[in-house]
Design a protein around this ligand. Structure first.
Ligand SMILES: Cc1cc2nc3c(=O)[nH]c(=O)nc-3n(C[C@H](O)[C@H](O)[C@H](O)COP(=O)(O)OP(=O)(O)OC[C@H]3O[C@@H](n4cnc5c(N)ncnc54)[C@H](O)[C@@H]3O)c2cc1C
Length: 330
């Protein structure tokens, strides 16, 4: 465990400098904040609410770095498996930083854009765009997680990915500036470079930063048609069993070189239903690992490794997990 007195000092200092409404819990079980419903305690869980988020977050990132306290940035917890031992340091939850930033208007395409605070749910962002009769984010309907997490992951589905529509992000960059140890985190506005994104890759994965907001180029459309497309995606996810059990969506990445979807490879090897403890390869989908109620994070990790080992042995493919294992794995 990281020194909790040190963490209390950091939080007190930031609340003094940048007052904001804050949900603050020590030893908070991360199982309450992940779609897999697993994960041990965070030393400190902090969720700033409302307009004070950016200043408080910047202060926290600066003070924590100066103290050597790690900070994990949490979106919707829809792509992570947190270790049973939990997360050392501070978990900074972005889910209290939601809604439109009000900086839409001029964009690309036919000149329309919408910008969302990073804690906005991906589905909620699609809803806001639909409500304004703007098309381009329909594919996010029904996808768990936040806009910040979706940008960080370059989330994708239904032949679209976040990078297709992203035009700009605002970030707090807390990488140590070259030659200036102890420099304050910088607030940067970055135009999106499409070429810097790849399959489930974004430039933010190699840069310590907090995504504050994301702006998207959209097109005007008919609200009824936009909503009907969104409903079709939600129904499709429902039919595929996405919401039946706690999970983090696809367990493994797809890879064109395999010649078929990873889920199909797992199916063909008869691995559906394979179980370790309370973790199971979904009986209804080869590329989803589920928590059937009593899983430990270690069960999910062990099952992920077991599936990869069996696929390598039987088919020769090296599977790469898409879900992220985070926290204190010992
Ligand atoms: C039922 C189900 C279906 C799913 N279907 C899909 C799908 O079709 N396509 C798909 O791509 N994914 C899918 N997922 C996975 C998940 O929804 C996405 O990856 C989502 O984009 C993760 O967002 P999040 O906010 O939950 O991120 P988290 O899981 O909270 O975090 C993921 C990573 O992003 C970082 N991060 C989060 N927010 C920020 C921020 N503001 N600034 C900096 N870093 C940040 C975190 O530190 C972490 O490293 C599915 C998950 C579930 C449970």
């Amino acid at each position: 465990m990281v020194n909790q007195d040190g963490i209390r000092r950091i939080i007190d200092e930031c609340l003094r400098e940048c007052p904001c409404e804050l949900e603050l819990i020590y030893n908070e079980p991360m199982a309450c904040h992940t779609t897999f419903k697993v994960g041990g305690p965070a030393d400190c869980y902090a969720k700033p609410l409302g307009d004070g988020f950016p200043a408080f977050a910047a202060c926290l990132l600066r003070a924590a770095r100066a103290d050597g306290t790690p900070v994990f940035i949490l979106g919707g917890g829809a792509n992570i498996v947190v270790a049973d031992r939990g997360i050392r340091g501070i978990v900074l939850d972005t889910s209290g930083w939601t809604g439109e930033t009000g900086e839409g208007g001029a964009g690309l395409g036919d000149g329309l854009a919408m910008c969302f605070r990073s804690g906005t749910g991906a589905d909620a962002a699609a809803e806001l765009a639909a409500g304004a009769a703007l098309s381009g984010l329909e594919f996010l309907a029904g996808m768990p997680g936040s806009i910040g997490g979706a940008v960080w992951m370059n989330a994708r589905c239904y032949e679209r990915e976040i990078a297709d529509a992203l035009i700009e992000t605002e970030i707090i960059d807390f990488s140590e500036a070259e030659g200036s140890k102890g420099s304050a985190p910088r607030l940067l506005r970055i135009s999106s470079d499409r070429a810097a994104f790849g399959y489930k890759r974004s430039p933010f994965q190699s840069r310590p930063c907090l995504i504050l907001s994301a702006g998207f180029a959209l097109k005007s459309g008919r609200e009824r048609e936009i909503r009907s497309e969104m409903e079709a995606y939600r129904r499709d996810r429902e039919a595929k069993g996405h919401y039946r059990y706690p999970s983090a969506g696809s367990a493994f990445r797809n890879n064109r070189a395999f010649g078929k979807p990873t889920g199909k490879i797992i199916d063909e090897l008869g691995l559906r239903g394979l179980r370790i403890g309370g973790a199971q390869v979904a009986p209804f989908h080869g590329n989803i690992i589920i928590n059937d109620g009593g899983a430990a994070a270690s069960d999910i990790r062990a099952l992920t490794a077991e599936v990869a080992t069996r696929v390598k042995a039987a088919a020769g493919f090296v599977l790469e997990p898409e879900i992220l294992f985070v926290g204190d794995w010992g």
